[in-house]
Write a protein that binds this ligand. Structure first.
Ligand SMILES: [Zn+2]
Length: 108
């Protein structure tokens, strides 16, 4: 099960964040564990809010309140070996929504 963290701790787990600029096509069609409790398949049209270093923040396709930080596991940054969910959060309060909106604004 993906550990649900408060928004701030979730952001710490993502690490240094930036606008999504990674090509995820090599990692699509793989399962990942979502913070909603289910498993989903990463799709080219999955909504990815932003990225960290080999980490992507994916919005749950069933309930957009759930965000999951998924690590793209690579060997020597060359060979893809799978997706591992690190943490999740549920954007539920107005403060959470404010923090997320603000983060999206300041990303480089
Ligand atoms: Zn989900």
């Amino acid at each position: 099960m993906v550990k649900l963290l408060p928004m701030i701790d979730f952001q710490v787990s993502v690490g240094r964040s930036m606008h999504m600029r990674m090509d995820i096509s090599p990692f699509c069609e793989n399962l990942y564990e979502c913070s909603c409790g289910q498993q989903h398949v990463l799709k080219s049209y999955s909504r990815i809010l932003y990225q960290g270093f080999y980490r992507i923040v994916i919005e749950c396709p069933d309930d957009p309140a759930y965000l999951t930080c998924v690590k793209i596991r690579m060997i020597l940054m060359a060979k893809f070996i799978g997706l591992t969910s690190i943490s999740g959060t549920k954007v539920s309060t107005d403060t959470d929504k404010f923090l997320l909106a603000n983060l999206m604004k300041i990303l480089r």
